[in-house]
Design a protein around this ligand. Sequence first.
Ligand SMILES: NC(=O)c1ccc[n+]([C@@H]2O[C@H](COP(=O)([O-])OP(=O)(O)OC[C@H]3O[C@@H](n4cnc5c(N)ncnc54)[C@H](O)[C@@H]3O)[C@@H](O)[C@H]2O)c1
Length: 284
Amino acid sequence: MVSSSICMGNGSVVIITGGASGIGLSLGQAVAELGCHVYLIDRQKEVVEEEAKKLRGKSLKVKSIELDVRDREAFITIIKEIHEEEGRIDYLFNNAGVGAGWDVKDDKPEDWDYIIDVNIRGVSNGIHATYPLMVKQGFGHIINTASMAGLVPSSLTVSYAMTKHAVVGLTVSLHGQASIHGVRVSALCPGFVETPILEGGVYGKVDRDKIKKGAKIFNLPGKLTPKELIKRVLPQIKKNKVIIIEPLYMKVYLWLYRFFPNWILGLSRKGWISANRKLKNPLK
Ligand SMILES: NC(=O)c1ccc[n+]([C@@H]2O[C@H](COP(=O)([O-])OP(=O)(O)OC[C@H]3O[C@@H](n4cnc5c(N)ncnc54)[C@H](O)[C@@H]3O)[C@@H](O)[C@H]2O)c1
């Protein structure tokens, strides 16, 4: 039985974009085990259906839906159909995301348009499709996957950091308005998580060669598996935390940035110089 207010359990309706892989897929697995009705949405049609199939034994209802989150009309139609079928939407995870670019002087402006479209417009499309329905029903929780790159400087991923800062800004600003309607909004800000995006992901517009070389040279600190991340994150979502940061040392990093911004900006600058040196790509 579902209650009339937000819960994450038997029969709660949970929609996840980017549900075919990594963080979104782990989330789908976790909430299916809780008995939620799970809607895995992704651009990768076959993969998302394959993954949904594997989860079908775990919950009464697991569906896969093909969608490019950049397509606002399709997003609105899909959410409307789910709401009509279920009579409620408890959680929307705006989680689909991509990486793009490296050295801004070489980046293509159309790749920036692309990352803005997926990482920012994809999230805003999800909000426009779902938020009014949640306001009407008087409950619901939208969780936007941002990143630590949305809270601190990230010299290695400038365009990505731009989009993730926008997602954090959007989330924390909407929070106050939404709470008046009984709707919750959170930003998920993970550090490094072992998923395909770290190597460019299926739809990333990145220099894969450089990323491959980089992966061999740099040992990204404190990487979590998606499963570990979700285990830490779900209790915080239940507690309605607005900004969710994992792992813990990233909170310390944010705290240092807030109190000593110039020091952290200096470290970020040195990180960029050292990354280029190690990749034998001397800065011109
Ligand atoms: N892995 C990390 O270290 C890390 C850290 C912080 C934040 N994030 C964020 O977590 C989210 C999930 O990424 P992940 O790490 O699981 O990577 P991932 O590449 O495993 O998953 C991303 C998913 O998004 C889907 N996708 C991409 N573009 C889409 C589009 N236009 N429409 C619909 N689906 C689309 C992909 O098909 C893929 O299934 C992203 O927003 C990412 O920016 C990841």
